[in-house]
Ligand binder design. Structure first.
Ligand code: GTP
Length: 322
């Protein structure tokens, strides 16, 4: 089997971090996010096509150095082709049933079980489903009792909710699906390709456990918490701080002076935290310095930023670049 990992988005909601590092390489519990995505793939996957177009050199460099039990092909689009266009653009590397995975997902999906279900169902595709209380911010999917998909609804209004299962961003598709995606066009697989495949037999398989699309500040922090709670196997050793509260991930060579209050945050490598600092629900990019007495809450500090002493940043405000 093959797998296409969608890794070409700009990651705008994680800026300013994604000005310097592509989202798939941002660390969750000190390990690049993409490793958690690749870790769900069953052994029968022998080739992974990374569908990229943003910060490709960094991805190339990473995959040149890192060994994996499958071949990794970096397939760079001439321009962003959307999730469907990127899959079509990978066609030359696909000759078998294949996975498609969003490159920013942290989940406990059993992809081997999903492949078994797919073969049994005989459909052209299977979509991993996840149960949520409120599907309105997501792509809602309604199935019949056999799992055959009846309806897709992107971000349904409350009165349109007919199901509480959503598209969990992982698919198994037959190569014939590629024939319905036009060449060289920007296409959304979720909004355009899948609804057109319903008459051909698309199935949904719910899974239990955890699932998180780590593409925003709160979700990135949640993803770190999930890994700390559930899946320490991949995570590199983390430093712990006595003053820490809640889920806290601290990278290598972080220096904290005095008694900082560090709560529910991700602090990447080589950060310097001066005296009297409070950091709560933040991501702090590697190499940054947080000046004395700064209070940061719900903010993203980029890589190598100098946050001046006495800075107060809350509610999603990010420090200006320097
Ligand atoms: P935002 O800019 O913050 O919305 O993030 P994003 O660009 O990553 O978008 P989103 O989270 O909606 O994308 C879901 C997945 O599809 C991510 O893994 C993206 O890397 C990937 N993706 C989105 N658009 C493209 C594209 O045009 N080409 C490729 N190859 N991947 C894409």
């Amino acid at each position: 089997m093959q797998a296409v990992v969608l890794s070409g988005g700009f990651g705008t909601r994680l800026r300013p971090l994604t000005y310097k590092v592509p989202k798939p390489l941002l660390p969750i519990a000190n390990v690049p996010m993409i490793e958690y995505v690749l870790a769900v793939l069953p052994d029968e996957v022998d080739r992974v096509v990374l569908a990229t177009n943003y910060m490709v050199e960094q991805l190339e460099e990473y995959f040149e150095k890192k060994e994996h039990p499958f071949e990794v092909v970096i397939n760079t689009e001439p321009e962003p082709l959307g999730t469907g266009g990127a899959v079509k653009f990978a066609q030359k590397y696909i000759d078998d049933t294949f996975f498609v995975l969003n490159g920013d997902l942290i989940s406990s999906l059993d992809a081997g079980k999903m492949a078994q279900f797919h073969r049994k169902s005989g459909g052209v595709g299977t979509i991993a489903l996840y149960e949520v209380e409120d599907p309105t911010p997501f792509g809602m999917i309604t199935t019949d009792d056999d799992g055959r998909i009846q309806e897709f609804k992107e971000k349904p209004k409350p009165e349109e909710v007919t199901s509480n299962t959503i598209n969990a961003g992982t698919y198994i598709l037959e190569p014939e699906v590629l024939d319905v995606i036009p060449d060289g066009q920007k296409i959304s697989i979720e909004r355009e390709t899948f609804p057109s495949l319903v008459p051909k037999g698309l199935y949904g398989l719910p899974f239990q456990g955890y699932w998180c699309d780590a593409g925003t500040l709160p979700k990135f922090l949640e993803a770190n918490g999930l890994i700390l709670e559930n899946d320490k196997a991949l995570a590199a050793p983390l430093q712990s701080y006595v003053e820490s509260i809640g889920h806290l991930c601290v990278g290598k060579n972080v220096q904290a002076k005095g008694d900082p209050v560090l709560k529910d945050s991700v602090i990447l490598d080589e950060v310097v935290i001066e005296d009297g600092v409070s950091i709560d629900n933040c991501i702090i990019g590697s190499g940054s310095t947080i000046g004395q007495g700064s209070i940061l809450s719900g903010t993203i500090v980029g890589y190598d930023q100098d946050v001046p002493p006495g800075t107060k940043l809350t509610d999603g405000k990010i420090p200006p670049e320097n």
